[in-house]
Design a protein. Structure first.
Lengths: 448, 331
């Protein structure tokens, strides 16, 4: 009897569980489908920004949300490129809008898979205005629109909308310490005697930046090479067509080594290699000053102010910059090193298009300029900060605004390039073997 | 993270509730069928029926990826055709065994294997034996064990501060350089200097692993009967002789197991190197090399590195499992 009962109950249990089994299977099917759709009311955006940069972006988005009625779902994601790459490979949902990758091979790959939508599509009839308003170097490769493997241009189409820029290779100084004029040439700069101004060394430098260590050094050598050997050599080097052991690039490394020689830099080689880029300029504001100059991009001003809250440092009165001096080749003096922030569209929805169109407008970009710490991508913005006003002049008067080399090399080339700069700074005698190694990496990185 | 969609919630519920339900349904429905079979068949089929889900999961999530990795290691980076180049289809292996960067990582992994394993086990053994003889054993063990639960990333960040470098003459914020400055020695850029950086990284590894070795060895030390030690003392052995001739041989099976585990850890080392130097100044190891290859879209090279690492670890796993089996048999 009990056995029969047990059988019955177990059968009932089995039937119930069997039914659940079927339900669960259906649920699984239902869960994986659905999602997305061409939304006119919602747009998902990823950004790597945090802190003040994120706040500025939220300020930019506010007027858009209230005027268009579109809700922007903003997520800070510092690993967005890897996650989007995984999403593309797995075929899962992507954000509607997120930064496009800098690695040109990745851009090409994503375009070929149809994952990134052209800016031409996103902006529609506003596209021409975008091209004519934006700094030309951010939209046009030096070799013309068909020059692939550069700033998000593939097959003549644009895949990255430029929204912000930074000018790199500026020489910053403490106005209370250095009261001389801007040197006419790089050799004049190297010839300045820091003791005349009460500083112990000519330059400060800090190349440490966690997993990206070496990039501050790469900015310095980029600024040398583009003014020493010209934009064409510079671009062909980025594209892997000029070897590292070529005369032009080797000369760049040799000049760079003069800039970071133990006699020239504060604290010597170990200090340069162990100091984080954000703290590199601190000795300029110590008393007595550890150094006269720091070469860095426009964004560094916020670090000066952060590191010395008690000094209440003011841009233009306490610290200032002069543009990177000539390398003695006047035809290349118009080459300026810039960096940009961009957005790409991954889902072509009406709401995403509207946001892309809005971010390209002068109104939107002016909000970025007002919040400070950056230049917009549009030429004709107004800056209240005197330092950024002058930086915008530098960018605006540039003949070529050239991107940062390492960012546009395949990522393994970039890593080897950055680390080579650390290695030669550490041991200048290894220059030739480092360059030979870089040639090897270059051959392997661009071929496969 | 913000931005969780209803779809994701449904998927999560299905995964958490649905999968166990499906398994339960499989077992109950399957048993209903098996019950009706003749007894002889039942006895034969039931173990396979019960083992099938586990074997199935292992096949899908371990065996298949393993085979796929081996295949990818012979393919080109886009997985469109077989690899070509030096050594033909073995081009990715040619790269691994000839390229200077990967060779450096291979050398460093060997350094890790030898020094990390030796010192972690050696210190673990010594500390286990020493604290066994003192009254404050628990406190001493806790102190040595404390680094074990700390994640390697956190440990690396702690040690980055310990190794911090400031210019000579300035106040040293790094503990080690502060100690050196007390001794009127110039600061050392531990993570930059080629003679100290690998040692510094391996030291962090040893710091996080010694406690683990100590705990395991100590447990096995407690199992040694005090009568054995007493007998040795009565026979006139001094304490050093007891440790060398009695305790260590009795601990040997445990030391081998701990040692092989440490070797496997050494070969897998990734986080400490990634966080502290990211492989700069020739500190790459095999695992970081594999990660970089993946990151740089060289999937087939990464697969080749993975296969080499796998082949290096397999003999150790075999030794380890054999040891476990022997210990089981002894019991």
């Amino acid at each position: 009897m009990t056995e029969v009962l047990a059988r019955r109950s177990s059968r009932a249990l089995a039937l119930g569980l069997g039914a659940l089994f079927v339900l669960a299977a259906c649920g699984g099917g239902g869960g994986s489908s659905g999602g997305g759709g061409a939304s006119t009311t919602d747009v998902t955006v990823w950004t790597a920004w945090g802190g003040a940069e994120l706040k500025a972006f939220q300020d930019v988005l506010k007027p858009f949300e209230s005027s268009s009625g579109i809700k922007v779902h903003l997520t800070t994601n510092r690993d967005s490129t890897n996650q989007i790459a995984n999403g593309i490979a797995a075929g899962t949902d992507l954000p509607d809008i997120a930064p496009g990758p800098t690695d040109p091979k990745q851009v090409k790959d994503w375009v070929s898979k149809g994952a990134i939508k052209p800016i031409e599509t996103a902006l529609g009839d506003q596209f021409q205005a975008y091209i004519s308003n934006t700094y030309p170097a951010l939209t046009t490769p030096p070799g013309g629109a068909s020059d692939d493997l550069y700033i998000g241009v593939v097959g003549g189409k644009h895949y990255e909308e430029m929204v912000k820029t930074q000018v790199k290779g500026l020489i910053w100084y403490n106005k209370k310490v250095y009261n001389g004029d801007a040197p006419k040439s790089f050799s004049d700069l190297l010839a300045i005697d820091p003791s005349k101004y009460g500083a112990s060394k000519l330059f400060c430098a800090g190349f440490e930046s966690g997993a990206a260590s070496g990039w501050p050094a790469s900015d310095q050598i980029d600024n040398i090479i583009m003014r020493q050997s010209g934009d064409q050599v510079y671009t062909s080097w980025i594209q892997g067509k000029t070897k590292f052991s070529s005369d032009a690039i080797k000369q760049g490394y040799q000049t760079f080594l003069k800039e970071v020689s133990p006699a020239t830099v504060y604290g010597g080689t170990n200090t340069v290699l162990s100091t984080n880029f954000a703290k590199a300029g601190d000795p300029m504001f110590k008393s007595p000053a550890g150094c006269l100059f720091l070469e860095q991009a426009t964004f560094i001003t916020s670090f000066f102010q952060q590191d010395f809250p008690s000094l209440n440092l003011k841009a233009g009165t306490d610290f200032d910059f002069f543009a990177h001096p000539s390398m003695g080749q006047s035809q290349y003096d118009g080459n300026v090193n810039g960096f940009y922030d961009n957005f790409s569209m991954y889902n072509d929805t009406p709401a995403a298009r509207k946001l892309m169109q809005y971010m390209a407008t002068k109104d939107a970009q002016q909000i970025w300029a007002n919040d400070g710490g950056t230049l917009g991508a549009i030429k004709s913005l107004n800056y209240t900060d005197p330092v950024f006003k002058r930086a915008a002049d530098v960018a605006g008067s540039a003949k070529n605004l050239l991107v940062t080399a390492g960012d546009f090399m395949p990522s393994d080339m970039q890593k080897a390039f950055w680390q080579s700069l650390l290695n030669v700074t550490n041991n200048p005698g290894s220059l030739n073997s480092e360059l030979a190694h870089l040639d090897q990496v270059q051959a392997a990185a661009y071929s496969s | 993270m913000a931005g969780i969609t209803p779809d994701q919630i449904i998927t999560a519920v299905v995964a958490v509730v649905g999968v166990p339900l499906v398994l339960l349904g499989y077992i109950i429905l399957g048993e209903l069928v098996i019950e009706r079979l003749p007894d002889s068949v039942q006895g034969w089929i039931r173990p396979y029926f019960w083992a099938l889900p586990a074997v199935g999961f292992a096949t899908i999530f371990m065996v298949y990826p393993l085979i796929r990795t081996v295949i990818i290691s012979f393919r080109n980076s886009d997985d469109t055709d077989w690899a070509t180049g030096a050594w033909g289809a073995f081009a990715n292996y040619h790269y691994f065994f000839t390229f200077p960067d990967t060779l450096t990582s291979l050398r460093n992994s060997l350094l890790w294997l030898v020094f990390y394993t030796f010192f972690a086990v050696f210190f673990g053994l010594i500390i286990a034996i020493l604290v066994d003889r003192v009254r404050y054993e628990t406190i001493a063990k806790i102190a040595v064990f404390l680094p074990v639960p700390i994640s390697a990333v956190a440990a690396s960040i702690i040690w980055k501060f310990m190794f911090d470098y400031q210019p000579p003459g300035a106040t040293q914020t790094g503990t080690l350089n502060a100690l050196l400055s007390v001794a009127h020695h110039d600061p050392v850029a531990w993570l930059v200097n080629a003679t100290t950086n690998n040692a510094a990284l391996i030291f962090v590894g040893i710091w996080t692993a010694t406690g683990f070795c100590m705990v395991i060895i100590s447990a096995s030390l407690k199992a040694i009967s005090s009568e054995v030690l007493e007998a040795a003392r009565i026979d006139g052995a001094n304490e050093f002789q007891i440790v060398r001739l009695v305790v260590t041989p009795l601990l040997w099976p445990t030391i081998t197991v701990v040692g092989t585990t440490m070797i496997i850890n050494a070969l897998k080392t990734f986080d400490i190197v990634y966080v502290m130097t990211n492989g700069a100044y020739n500190t790459d190891v095999i695992a970081t090399q594999m990660f970089f290859q993946l990151q740089h879209n060289h999937n087939s090279r990464a697969a080749a590195v993975g296969v080499v690492l796998f082949l290096a670890i397999v003999p150790l796993l075999v030794v380890n499992i054999r040891r476990f089996q022997q210990q089981e048999e002894q019991r």
